[in-house]
Design a protein around this ligand. Structure first.
Ligand SMILES: Nc1ncnc2c1ncn2[C@@H]1O[C@H](COP(=O)(O)OP(=O)(O)O)[C@@H](O)[C@H]1O
Ligand SMILES: C[C@@](O)(CCOP(=O)(O)OP(=O)(O)O)CC(=O)O
Length: 465
């Protein structure tokens, strides 16, 4: 049977409100998908016959980014095991744990639910520019710059901008493999039922590859798009075991088809017309390792203090969502009229109030969630005309700020002007040490999650072998 060429894309994310809180099912996170996407194209691989069971994955925007896998059904219902094959002249032996795990989980799921013949295939990963801070390989004067650029470095040397590349990659990759091997009556990225399957499978694979169970808001955004996210109980993944262990195939199928207590609310989540999200990447060698552990340790040690603060934060986060959604419904927020309406003031106030509570959490937990240099940056951005305010997104730290601004070019110009010579330094370090510039990323919010793409799209030509 001839299997179709397919392409699927998944968006990046920003957790605008609810960092840390979202780790607990009692609270939720307001997550926006971003229009920076990772695409995965899949097609049949016509081998010369030397290696029959082979799947090749390439990420051609990076140097040495080709991985070849052999695969076979294991004994005792252990699922489909994949093993990285020795490189050809162009392929690398350095593993890509996210791709390897996503491939093993997808093939195991396919073999558990169907008789599909897993023929050799070739997958190509293409990421939008904003995932990495590398300077573009195309001149700025180019009127029609290509969608995908050569990042001219290796994956391990590339400087990530924190948009959630591994979650978007794993989600798009699994969707692409399922869409390639399964008939569209069984899996199609647009149907709700398929999205639930994809979400569950991607969460399981992403946790396995990461070696930890986070809240999963990034995989939820990659699948469903912008939403209010209440996490799944981590216990759901208990007992799944490793790919290849006896009975893994059945356990994975049951997990993916089972009831998940995750909650994804899309209604009432919007950025109104006339407003937009802006992400700024801070190029600062910050050390954020261990921040989650430290915040959770503070919460364990001071449960009452933490509960009061988190409840207050949740209320403000809900208010932020409500203001945005009311504005979206009213659609009064035209570019010219926006600053006049009452909601604009309310939006500024709620962002300021969220920041105040986050700074309180920073102080109480002694974790630099909104460190002083980010306070200075956010304060300065908030003085630019047309900027309602901003926050440190996700876990916070020195890496990024997210702003809500009137959607027009003058505001962006104002911001770029401010940031041109701005330097953020890790608090307590000397000038120039551990410091870096700030860049407005070319991304904005987007409502949609996983998306089937045209496999023959012109943007892919030249990248697919
Ligand atoms: N474009 C890509 N091509 C291939 N692998 C990728 C790509 N983007 C991300 N990955 C995989 O995801 C890993 C990065 O994941 P991680 O460090 O968790 O970053 P993030 O916070 O962006 O998710 C990479 O080491 C690689 O395995
Ligand atoms: C602390 C958190 O609630 C949010 C972290 O959000 P980030 O967006 O900072 O995450 P990474 O992209 O994984 O670095 C942890 C979680 O929800 O898993």
């Amino acid at each position: 049977m001839v299997l179709p060429d397919v392409a699927v894309s998944a968006p990046g994310k920003v957790l605008l409100a609810g960092g840390y809180l979202v780790l607990d099912r009692q609270y939720s996170g307001l997550v926006f998908a971003l229009d920076a996407r990772i695409h995965v194209h899949a097609k049949s691989l016509h081998t010369s016959g030397a290696e029959l069971s082979e799947i090749t994955v390439r990420s051609p925007q990076f140097q040495d980014a080709e991985w070849r896998y052999g695969y076979h059904l294991t004994e005792h219902d252990g699922g489909v095991a994949v093993t990285q094959l020795k490189g050809s002249s162009t392929s690398t032996l350095s593993p890509n744990i996210f791709i390897e795990t996503a491939l093993g989980y997808s093939l195991t799921y396919i073999s558990a639910i169907s008789d599909a013949n897993i023929e050799p295939s070739s997958l190509t990963v293409l990421a939008d520019k904003s995932y990495y801070s590398q300077s573009s390989s195309t001149p700025a004067s180019d009127l029609h710059p290509p969608r995908f650029i050569n990042f001219q470095t290796t994956l391990s040397k590339a400087h990530k901008t924190g948009l959630g590349s591994s979650a978007a990659l794993v989600t798009a990759f699994i969707a692409s493999v399922l869409a390639h091997y399964l008939p569209s009556s069984i899996f199609s990225p647009h149907t709700h039922a398929s999205q639930n399957i994809l979400h569950n499978l991607a969460q399981a694979a992403h946790c396995a590859a990461q070696g930890k169970v986070g809240s999963g808001f990034d995989v939820a955004a990659a699948t469903y798009g912008s939403c209010v996210y209440t996490r799944f109980s981590p216990a759901l993944l208990d007992g799944l075991g490793e790919n290849g262990s006896a009975g893994f195939s059945e356990r994975l199928k049951n997990l993916v088809h089972g009831e998940w207590d995750v909650q994804v609310l899309k209604q009432g989540v919007a950025v109104p017309r006339g407003l937009r999200l802006v992400m700024c990447d801070v190029d600062c060698g910050s050390q954020t390792v261990g921040m989650v552990k430290k915040v959770l340790a503070w919460r364990r040690d001071s449960p009452q203090e933490a509960k009061e603060l988190w409840d207050e934060l949740q209320t403000e986060n809900d208010t932020l969502r409500a203001i945005l959604s009311q504005l979206a419904i009213q659609e009064k927020a035209t570019v010219g009229g926006l600053t006049e309406i009452e909601h604009w003031k309310a939006l500024m106030e709620v962002l300021a109030s969220i920041r105040k509570l986050i700074r309180k959490m920073s102080a109480l937990s002694n974790v630099p969630i909104e460190p002083q240099s980010q306070t200075a940056l956010l304060d300065a951005c908030s003085t630019v005309p047309g900027v309602a305010g901003g926050v440190v997104p996700g876990a916070g730290g020195y890496d990024a700020v997210a702003l809500l601004v009137a959607d027009n070019e003058d505001v962006l110009k104002g911001l770029r002007g401010l940031l041109e010579d701005w330097e953020v330094s890790v608090d307590g370090t000397r000038d120039g040490e551990n410091s870096g510039g700030v860049r407005v990323l070319d991304v904005r919010e987007e409502m949609e999650g996983i998306r089937g793409e045209d496999a023959d799209a012109a943007a892919y030509s030249g990248w697919i072998l």
